[in-house]
Design a binder for this molecule. Structure first.
Ligand code: PXL
Length: 269
């Protein structure tokens, strides 16, 4: 019998369950992949914002990753919040020789606007982790910080996506257009080709965990054997449903709906 695909997330926490490794695990489950999670930093946050952050010692990060890799080899690894330069170096050291497809969500700022990464980590992430990446998934603000391109148009987003691949060594890049006005168009650059992924925009403030959920779905879909284009496209459909089917949880920017189906369906017996 075929083995169940497995995915490992290396990321920060969100005790309210909307973002970070909690969102990743819910998404892996929903996308029918076996989910695993290594914690980088413990974040005291809720839907209203980040209150405090504790970065785990490097040894704790290393031992968690080794414990997973020496037992259950993931089909795909996804990284989220890796805040400190030493953490990035450690993750790169441990993954470099493994040749496991890697999806990088270059988490820099939370939906609430709170910073989740130290400044010097940005250049290190480009240098050490991007060359290992199958897919990187920056939003427009992250793409600007990574490439220096002030993204005002789709032409700018295309230029940034191409640079992330051709100059920074990722195999594919998705520059997410969620912050544009009008339709929510993401631009995928892969194998020299651009693909435009468009969805109707949902006017909602409940977008907490969008980036985590989208990249986790890409990782799970790749683990299930989809091509990059299929995995990104399928994940775009999923995240669009997750954003449009608000759960009404939380006092601030509530979480996306990781089930991706209307709440009424979930409440029916
Ligand atoms: O979606 C970015 C992100 C990543 N990781 C953690 C987060 C967030 C956004 O809130 O809290 C832990």
């Amino acid at each position: 019998m075929k083995e169940i695909p497995s995915v490992l997330s290396i990321a920060g926490t969100d005790p309210t369950g909307g973002a970070g490794i909690h969102a990743d695990l819910k998404t892996f489950q929903e996308c029918k992949a076996y989910g695993m999670a290594v914690v980088t930093s413990v974040v005291a946050q809720n839907t209203e914002g980040v209150r405090d952050v504790w970065h785990l010692p490097i040894e704790a990060l290393e031992e968690q990753i080794k414990a997973v890799l020496e037992d259950i080899r993931p089909n795909v690894i996804k990284t989220g919040m890796i805040a400190l330069p030493d953490m990035i170096n450690k993750v790169a050291d441990l993954l470099e020789g493994e040749h496991i497809p890697l999806v990088i969500d270059p988490v820099m700022v939370a939906t609430s606007g709170d910073s989740l990464m130290e400044d010097e980590s940005t250049s290190l992430m480009k240098k050490r982790l991007f060359p290992l990446a199958k897919v990187v998934t920056p939003n427009m603000d992250e793409a600007k910080l990574l490439t220096g391109i002030d993204i005002q148009s789709q032409a700018d987003a295309k230029k940034a996506a191409k640079q992330l691949v051709e100059e920074m060594g990722a195999m594919a890049a998705v520059v997410k257009g969620g912050h544009f006005t009008g339709e929510a168009t993401d631009i995928l650059y892969y194998h020299g080709e651009f693909t435009f992924l468009t969805a109707d925009r949902t006017d909602t403030k409940h977008t907490h965990g969008t980036g985590c959920t989208f990249s986790a779905a890409i990782a799970a879909n790749l683990a299930r054997g989809m091509t990059v284009k299929e995995a990104v496209s399928e994940s775009k459909t999923y995240i669009s449903s997750a954003i449009s089917q608000t759960l009404g949880v939380g006092k601030g920017n509530g979480p996306v709906n990781h089930w991706g189906v209307p709440k009424e369906n979930l409440l029916r017996q």
